[in-house]
Every structure is written in structure tokens, then in C-alpha cells.
Design a binder for this molecule. Structure first.
Ligand code: A2P
Length: 308
């Protein structure tokens, strides 16, 4: 089983979870069911991925009891002023009556009218940002979901320090996690130091660099993998877990799903201090790069954000 990481509310979250963004509805049922049968106990999903019903079906097909599984989902932008409405849809999609963790998907409130409802299919291309809505009011509604017992923990995603400072001064619950694009080419060392100081646990999406898993072709990573007789994916995922960052590799391929869980655990125990320092330094050595384009016409406020 994956090691667990303690959150600021005392809960323990499995350090490895299955990512489901870009997993096709017809593929994700089997992917989730396979993952749970192979020992995953953490599934990361979102209203905006458009496949939550299928994730729910995969959970049911696995036969693993709900209470043994950590489920995270995320509030879509058009629902910042209607948090409970979005959450209720998610709960019904997944076929459960609570979430372990609910995140604000992006620090970008969208006008409910004038935006295509589901990401990433945006045929009309509209991006009608509601500049008048305050993130601190979204957070207040997130907190109410904890009080109501519909979610056990709340957090954020894609929040820079600047965006966190829009909610922290009035927060009565400190976000449990901040889910970000994190991998060796975008390690965000300063942001991680800030999160540590605030007691917010980082979660890594697109840990392999998303489609095409470009990190797995890196020569330094391949060298470290060879040294320890493990796979490149084990090095990248093991590096995250060793740094107490929750890794959320996405796959719909059964062999990879299994390999990523076992490899992340093996990798985290095999990497030594020098390996970790080497990987920590890749971005600064000129390899800094992001792979995910935030689809919003706003400055998210990240410092030293690497290019796409
Ligand atoms: P697939 O879902 O077809 O298996 P990330 O986690 O960075 O988003 O990366 C996910 C991408 O990398 C997906 O395209 C996934 O493809 C692929 N992938 C996931 N795990 C592995 C692995 N162990 N080796 C190679 N490719 C992988």
C-alpha cells in the first residue's frame, strides 16, 4: 500500500492516487476498477473532467468499500458562487454521500452564463471571467461543506502565493492541500517552501509531464533509473513521494497503473540524497518547463513560472 501523508486536519491521505483527467469515459471505468483492485486507495477526479459518473462506476465495479477509498474532486469555475450545487452533482455522479477532499479547481471564478460548461471541450472558446467575485467568498462556501458533513477536508488547486493570500486572511479552515503541476521540470521550490510554512500539503498533477510522458525521456532520470535498476517513472514518482508530495499519475493502461503504484513506492525508498538533489536541480540547470496551459485569460500570479 502507498505510504500516507498527514494533513493539517489530522486526516491521512495516501501519497499516490490515480489521476483521471483526459481519461475517456469508456476507459476510466476499467482504469479505476483495476487501480483499486491493484491496491490504489486514492482516486483524483473533478466535475470538469466530464467523466465522474464513469469514475463512480469504476469504484463500484472494484468491490472495494467506499470507506477504504480516498476520493478527491474539484469545484468547477462556473460554480464559485454555488459550491453546494456543484458538489451535489459530483456526489451524485460518483454515487457517494461524502468526499474525502474537495478542491477549488482553479482560482478563476467564471460567469455561469457565457462559458461552455465543461472543460476541456470548449467549442465556443468563451472565457468569461467573473472579476467581481471574491475567492474568499468561494472559500467560505467550501468551509460550509465541511460543517455540513458533505466533505471531510477542503483544499485548493492551481493557487499561486498571490491567490492563496486572497483567501488565507479570512479562512477559518486552512486549505489541506494545493494541487499543482509539479514534476522535475517544474519543481516550484519557493512555492513548496511557502506551502510547508502554512501547513498545506502539495499534490502533483501531470507528474510525468502529461500526454507523451516527456519526463521519462530525460537522460538524467534515465541514468538514475539504470543505477537502481528501476524504471524512469519510478524515479519521477519516487522523487515526489520521497519529498512528501502526493503523486497523481494518470493512466488508463492497466500495466502502467499497476507499475506506477509499485514503482512510486520502490522509487521513494531507493532514491538517495544525491539522486534527489540531482533531480531537484534539473529545472535550475536549464530544463525548466511546464506542460499544461491554464485556459484562462488571467494572470494567476505565479512567480518564476517556467515557459510552456
Ligand atoms: P496512458 O493513460 O495511455 O497509459 P501524467 O501522469 O503526467 O499526466 O502522465 C500521463 C501520461 O503518461 C498519459 O498519457 C499516460 O498514458 C502516460 N503514462 C502513465 N504512466 C506511464 C508509465 N508508467 N510509462 C509510460 N507512460 C505512462
Amino acid at each position: 500500500a502507498a505510504p500516507k501523508i498527514k494533513l493539517n486536519n489530522g486526516m491521512e491521505i495516501p501519497a499516490i492516487g490515480l489521476g483521471t483527467w483526459q481519461s475517456k469515459p469508456e476507459e476510466v471505468v476499467a482504469a479505476v476498477s483495476h487501480a483499486l483492485k491493484e491496491g490504489y486507495r486514492h482516486i483524483d477526479c473533478a466535475w470538469g473532467y466530464g467523466n465522474e459518473k464513469d469514475v463512480g462506476e469504476g469504484i463500484r465495479q472494484s468491490g472495494i468499500p467506499r470507506s477504504d477509498i480516498w476520493i478527491t474532486s474539484k469545484l468547477w469555475g462556473t460554480y464559485h458562487s454555488r459550491v453546494e450545487e456543484c458538489l451535489d452533482q459530483t456526489l451524485s455522479n460518483l454515487g457517494t454521500d461524502y468526499l474525502d477532499l474537495y478542491l477549488i479547481h482553479w482560482p478563476v471564478p467564471l460567469n455561469p452564463n457565457g462559458n461552455h460548461p465543461v472543460f476541456p471541450t470548449l467549442p465556443n472558446g468563451k472565457r468569461d471571467v467573473d472579476h467581481s467575485w471574491k475567492l474568499s467568498d468561494t472559500w467560505k462556501q467550501m468551509e460550509e461543506m465541511v460543517t455540513k458533513g458533505k466533505v471531510k477536508a477542503i483544499g485548493i488547486s492551481n493557487f499561486s502565493v498571490k491567490k492563496m493570500e486572497e483567501i488565507l486572511p479570512t479562512a477559518t479552515i486552512i486549505p489541506a492541500t494545493n494541487q499543482l503541476e509539479l514534476h522535475p521540470y517544474n519543481p516550484q521550490h519557493e512555492l513548496l517552501a511557502y506551502l510547508k510554512d502554512k501547513g498545506i500539503v502539495p499534490q502533483a498533477y501531470s507528474p510525468l509531464g502529461s500526454t507523451g510522458s516527456p519526463l521519462l525521456k530525460d537522460e538524467v532520470i534515465l541514468g538514475i533509473a539504470q543505477e537502481h535498476s528501476i524504471e524512469a517513472a519510478d524515479v519521477v514518482l519516487g522523487w515526489l513521494v520521497a519529498k512528501h508530495i502526493i503523486a497523481l499519475p494518470k493512466s488508463v493502461t492497466p500495466t502502467r497503473i499497476t507499475a506506477n503504484l509499485n514503482g512510486a513506492i520502490a522509487g521513494s525508498s531507493k532514491l538517495d540524497k544525491d539522486d534527489i538533489a540531482k533531480i531537484d536541480g534539473l529545472a535550475a540547470a536549464g530544463k525548466q518547463k511546464r506542460f499544461i496551459m491554464p485556459p484562462w485569460p488571467v494572470d494567476l500570479g505565479f512567480d518564476n513560472w517556467p515557459p510552456l
